[in-house]
Design a protein around this ligand. Structure first.
Ligand code: ATP
Length: 979
């Protein structure tokens, strides 16, 4: 068939087809050739670049309309949703109003600096919150782009992979088992194709698909003459013969399957359950069925992780506690100070609310989100792409990493090393096995079958050939090429194929030999499977029945190859009389002639061994799960240090186990072989019943249930199917086991950083609350009261808000991005269910809070008129000193927060953000103490260098005492038995 294409000028069919509607539906009933003609494309070569550009310009990207992003002002406004903040704003505004009225009455000029300072700080905080959230959102969006869907197309006569968004109507796409179908398309070729249309119809039973209208329809649904097989003009289609409007996906309407449902069409958003197909895109983007369903908007729901939920709960509890304290404080002040006037009452209210606002770590959720999403970006840089935020946290508690072998633990670079045939062993590409002896002819027969039952393509590149497709198949092609079988293989024309699947463990093709008398079935697959379907074997130029002894000998040879760590394949064929060569089903894979075994090496990844060791040091067990032969699995596992006992549990053994026996077995077995995807699910569940947190890899369409069941499902970015990626929490951009271990390390580091932030914020805020509460409530006891019946406040409302602003902002954020501490991989996994805030943490942060309050109140007492420090002798001076001491305490405390036990001196200069944030906070404090405007707003007075030294000296107690406490903890641990 030839289709002439005029660049930029679409054929008559395309506009209507691409626009969707009934004409697109008519496509379902045309013969493949007619579809190709209508869409102006040759399915063999696809569109050329010029045509792609023209169609892309015309039809736009193949993407669903996304929900418009929330505008910045809305996000800013959302920051004020906190009732406490609102109360503070209202109180400050009312206070400003009263101040202005009073000032007017008294004929004074000026500004209500205090209220303005409060409003300014609240605004600044909101702005910072918005920026933090925007950064987190950016990180998530960047990750989304990284995991964007891809499509396999044929363009300019070559196979290529492109982002699915670049598809245009008329593109020729290849779809395979596990693919997400990237656009609506009309099949022009299909083998054993089943798709899952649950996403569109809710029906999860896979739907068979075919390329011809007669495959598409139940035979009796339409009069035969309504289904012309050849190309036909559009209007030749008897319109009334087809219930067109009842077409396509009308099952979603009523549940009844329409008899004329087009089995020749595949739809965007659905997936391929089995088989493969070639199809021409008929509609893209919003014009697809998916796009049309209620103009569906792309989901961008914000995910809330368990950690975020836990922190939100913690925040609420803290909020209530703080409110209670603030309430008591306010009442105490009102009673003790005999406050009666409205402005004075208002001031007390502002003080209490300011304290509550400052003490509630309201920035925590935003900082945690930032820590998680920046961590996701760091993981992405290490080639692990996180699809669900929650996985970041869970990674840190993984106990077991259960990984596929091929491509993850090994390099997936296959080379055929040995071929064992009836007459012995030969090495492809090695010294020729005799001139034309039986061995040589057997080798050629076997390799020819391997090259024919094959979907890979060799592409000539400078300096060698590149393999496109499955590396196992590519290796066979290379071996056949080396044996000089290229020309011979090209004499065969493929009629049909039954694709490989992990369940079938074999692949077959049906071929016609050009000029030959009959057809040929070529089969390759797991040796036991192929042998079981063979009745004869090839010896030299003849076939001979397979005796039980020969079967045993072949299986023994297979075990020997596998014992050398080689991946093995059985090769077979069968001549089929032309008449019998009908559409393939597994009946054609019977009565085969066994040709031989191919043993191929797939060396372990060099970095995998080290990664297994690193995981072990971190208390994580590595488990190998493979479809390969048990001996191959055991040999590779030994090489990688996963297990050294040379045994593997097979799928068949699992099937034969008594209920409950697997639960016991998974505790000691680390190598599983000849398993089907269903076994993976059983293994995950058994591990989980042992209380273990499982990270599990998978690549096939049938791995999806296991990936979902595992706490952390991990899919392969390079070789994995779309279906497995959809089901996974994490996608490995390089399919590499070492990347999983790196991701675990990042996951642990992120969790550690969130704990640092929490430790810092809670201890600092506790310090503020304790300073105020103890200062006011215990004033008489501590000798802080200026006189009987008078309350002297250690800090003013504005100062409290300032401390919150200066210390909770930049330093907390810097802690959230603290670099990975290698020690995180020397500890066992965090126990499942251990909260983010442990009892030990609560004790240590209470300790710091009390020390902070003691330091601040000591300075306050010392600087009050008549105190230890002479100073200026005013209350403003004492408050400024207390204020500065508290800020410095918090800055010292940043160093405490970096570890629960290690000294602050460890890795002191590793985090430059931390130092930057401390310098920034100091500069801000200097500004508030010396700038006249800020002095008015925050009621501060200038301090002398000696004052600063005094404050810093006292504040350093926070660091020194915590260092002592940590040293004691470390010493105790070292002395503990078994340390
Ligand atoms: P892993 O789970 O580690 O990725 P695997 O890739 O070896 O394991 P499968 O792909 O399920 O597991 O392969 C199982 C067996 O099927 C292989 O040992 C091999 O004998 C056979 N096999 C693999 N690929 C093909 C193929 N493309 N065609 C025919 N048979 C194959």
């Amino acid at each position: 068939m030839t289709v002439r294409m005029r660049t930029g000028q679409a054929a008559p069919g395309i506009d209507a087809a691409a626009a969707g509607g009934t004409v697109a539906r008519d496509m379902a009933f045309l013969a493949p050739d007619a579809v190709a003609a209508a869409l102006a494309v040759d399915p063999a070569t696809g569109l050329d670049s010029g045509e792609v550009r023209a169609r892309a310009a015309r039809w736009g990207p193949n993407a669903l309309r996304a929900r418009p992003p929330v505008p910045a002002w809305r996000r800013l406004l959302a920051q004020f949703a906190d009732p406490l903040v609102l109360l503070l704003i209202v109180a400050a505004a009312v206070s400003a109003g009263l101040w202005l009225r009073e000032a007017a009455a008294e004929g004074q000029s000026g500004l209500p600096f205090e209220s303005l300072a409060i409003l300014a700080i609240v605004l600044l905080n909101a702005a910072i919150g918005t920026i933090q959230e925007a950064r987190a959102a950016q990180a998530v969006a960047a990750l989304r782009r990284m995991s964007a869907a891809r499509a396999r197309v044929i363009r300019n006569g070559t196979r290529q992979e492109i982002p699915a968004a670049e598809l245009v109507p008329g593109d020729v796409i290849r779809i395979e088992e596990g693919d997400a179908i990237p656009a609506d398309a009309r099949l022009v070729r299909a083998s054993a194709l089943l798709t899952n249309e649950a996403a569109l119809t809710g029906e999860s039973v896979p739907v068979p698909k075919g390329a011809h209208p007669e495959d598409a329809l139940p035979k009796d649904a339409l009069p035969k003459d309504a289904l012309p097989k050849d190309a036909l003009p559009k209007d030749a289609l008897p319109k009334d013969a087809l219930p067109k409007d009842a077409l396509l996906l009308d099952r979603r309407a009523g549940g009844e399957t329409d008899p004329a449902e087009p089995r020749t069409m595949v739809f965007s958003g659905t997936t391929v359950s089995a088989g493969l197909g070639l199809a021409i895109v008929t509609a893209t983007g919003m014009r697809t069925e998916l796009g049309r369903i209620a103009g569906l908007l792309e989901e961008t729901t914000d995910e809330v992780t368990p950690l975020q939920t836990e922190l939100a709960r913690l925040g609420r509890r803290l909020g209530l506690a703080v409110l209670a304290i603030a309430g008591v404080l306010a009442v105490t002040i009102v009673l003790a100070d005999h406050i009666r006037t409205l402005p004075a009452l208002l001031d007390t209210l502002i003080l209490a609310v300011a304290l509550a606002v400052a003490a509630v770590p309201e920035g925590l959720p935003a900082i945690v989100t930032a820590a998680l999403s920046l961590g996701m970006l760091r993981m992405a840089r290490r080639r692990a792409i996180v699809r669900h935020l929650a996985a970041v946290e869970t990674l840190g508690s993984a106990d077991v990493i259960a990984s596929d072998k091929t491509g993850t633990l090994t390099r997936n670079v296959m080379t055929v090393r040995t071929v064992v045939t009836a007459s012995g062993r030969s090495t492809p590409g090695g010294p020729p096995a005799g001139p034309d002896g039986p061995l040589r002819s057997e080798l050629r027969q076997a390799l020819l079958a391997g090259a024919l039952a094959n979907d890979a393509v060799l592409q000539e590149r400078e300096g060698g050939v590149a393999i496109q497709g499955d590396p196992t198949e590519g290796a066979l092609l290379v071996a056949a090429r080396t044996a000089g079988l290229g020309a011979e293989a090209r004499r065969f024309v493929r009629l049909a194929e039954i694709p490989f699947s992990s369940e079938r463990r074999r692949m077959s093709t049906l071929l016609r030999e050009t000029g030959g008398p009959s057809c040929l079935v070529a089969v390759k697959g797991a040796p036991d499977v192929v042998l079981a379907r063979s009745s004869r074997e090839r010896v030299g130029g003849r076939d001979r029945p397979l005796t039980p002894e020969r079967r045993d000998a072949i299986l023994a040879a297979n075990a020997a190859l596998a014992g050398d760590g080689l991946r093995t394949l059985g090769l077979a064929h069968r001549a089929v009389p032309e008449g019998e060569a009908t559409a393939p089903d597994d009946r054609i894979e019977q009565d085969l002639v066994f040709l031989g075994l191919a043993g191929m090496s797939d060396p372990p990844r060099p970095e995998a061994r080290e990664a297994v060791a690193r995981a072990r040091a971190a208390g994580i067990r590595s488990v190998m799960i493979t479809g390969d032969h048990p001996r191959t699995a055991a040999a590779i596992a030994a090489e990688l240090g996963i297990a050294s006992d040379g045994t593997a549990l097979t799928g068949a053994q699992i099937d034969a186990m008594a209920p409950g026996a697997l639960d016991e077995a998974v505790r000691r077995v680390s190598v599983y072989a000849r398993v089907a995807p269903a076994h993976k699910l059983q293994i995950v569940r058994a591990l989980q019943r042992n209380g273990l947190v499982v990270a599990m890899t998978g690549d096939g369409v049938n791995d999806a249930p296991a990936l979902k069941a595992a706490e952390i499902g991990i899919a392969m970015g390079v070789t994995g199917t779309d279906v497995s990626r959809e089901a996974a929490d994490i996608v490995l951009a390089d399919d590499n086991f070492a990347t999983i271990v790196a991701a675990v390390e990042e996951g642990r580091a992120i969790f550690a950083n969130i704990r640092k932030v929490l430790r810092y914020l809670l201890s600092s805020n506790l310090g503020e609350v304790a300073t105020m509460a103890l200062g006011v409530v215990l004033a008489p006891l501590l000798g802080l009261a200026a006189g009987p019946g008078e309350v002297v406040l250690p800090l003013l409302a504005t100062q409290i808000l300032w401390i919150n602003f200066v210390t909770d902002g930049a330093p907390a954020l810097a802690l959230a991005v603290d670099p990975v501490d290698p020690a995180v991989m020397k500890r066992p996994p965090r126990p499942r269910g251990e909260g983010v805030l442990t009892g030990a943490m609560a004790w240590s942060l209470s300790f710091i809070g009390i020390v902070t309050a003691a330091c601040s109140l000591f300075v306050f007492d010392a600087c009050l008129p008549g105190g230890l420090v002479a100073g200026s002798g005013t209350l403003a001076y004492a408050q400024t000193m207390t204020f500065t001491t508290l800020v410095l305490c918090q800055l010292f405390n940043v160093f405490n927060a970096r570890s629960a036990e290690a000294s602050a001196a460890d890795g002191l200069f590793k985090n430059r953000w931390l130092w930057g944030s401390i310098v920034l906070s100091l500069l801000l404090q200097v500004a508030v103490v010396y700038t006249p405007v800020l002095q008015q707003g925050f009621s501060t007075v200038a301090l002398s260098p000696g004052d600063w030294l005094f404050c810093a000296g006292v504040a350093s107690a926070v660091l020194i005492l915590e260092e002592l406490r940590k040293a004691v903890v470390r010493a105790r641990r070292a002395a503990a038995p078994g340390a």
